[in-house]
Write a protein that binds this ligand. Sequence first.
Ligand code: G3H
Ligand code: 13P
Ligand code: ZN
Length: 343
Amino acid sequence: MPLMTTKPMFDLAYDGGFAIGAFNVNNMEITQGIVEACAAEKAPLILQISKGAREYANMRYLKHIIDAAVEEHPEMPIVIHLDHGDTTDLIGTCLKDGFTSVMIDGSHSTFEENIALTKKCSDMAHAGGVPVEAELGQLGGIEEHVVGLSAEEYAKNLDKFLTDPKQAADFWKRTGCDSLAVAIGTSHGAFKFKTEAKLAFDRVEQIMKTCPGLPLVMHGSSSVPKEFLDLINKYGGAMPNAMGVPEDQIHMAVTKYGVCKVNIDTDLRMALTAKIREVFATKPGEFDPRKYLGPARQAIVGMVKRKLHMLNCAGKSEAIIKNWEKMGSPVPAFYKKGCCCGA
Ligand code: G3H
Ligand code: 13P
Ligand code: ZN
């Protein structure tokens, strides 16, 4: 089975009480850990790649790693998605590279500029049958390539930054985007909140009403698991006051309020870092990368398996494949089996 688009997934997730986990990949071990967990749990998967990941790993390597995952697991429904695309050029490149879903993030521009950029990217992507995720409203947190707001600024002005439900309807109509990343109180990175997180579920409800049928996406959904935070801090790391979105709130956003896609990157970074730190601290003579990257990869497997249950998407692969087949097994026109280098 080739990589598929998000459509057969979101069709079922929309009112199926589950969401698809969208996990960021930057190298082989991270990808293998995620894929192994999803294969074991029979869960659909969105592998997402940021501009920073493309620059770090080189897209050819990432594409081949993902193609290897598809070959290893022909039974798995997998999407390859651009995370936080910021220009039409990058969208065009990703379409040529065979991405089966792209995000254009114009959320830091004005409303009208965001609409113009998103519309242009939707037209480009739709020409090849590729769906587009857009973003409206502003999340907190600061990530490379994602200029956000400080936690303090964000918390003080929360209402102003959350997605406006009426604007969302107008935005959807005028851009033709296929899914929408909404600001509902989540935040990127490991330092999301000063006090306990509370997601704005009322906003989700309102947006679902003003935009019926539009799949909603929750970025900044890492939970900063205590077990990894403790290991990092115990073994020489310094991440005081790191705090994420409690898993029960994400579960509620998905099962009760209908969020369809949940983005997770920070927790992968934390699992990897925690295990590497542990090996370095407890076995200072160890210098074989397989001896620390191996346990790090296993930590990702365990963590992702847990997330799949939180998202209620374990066991949903088969239904999604059936839905994809019912749709005529569509493959985006830009998808090229094998290689983004033309070979
Ligand atoms: O939301 C952003 C993702 O965590 C990607 O981060 O741009 O550092 O790869 P990155
Ligand atoms: P986290 O930083 O919470 O993992 O969010 C990742 C994300 O939103 C990627 O787009
Ligand atoms: Zn994000």
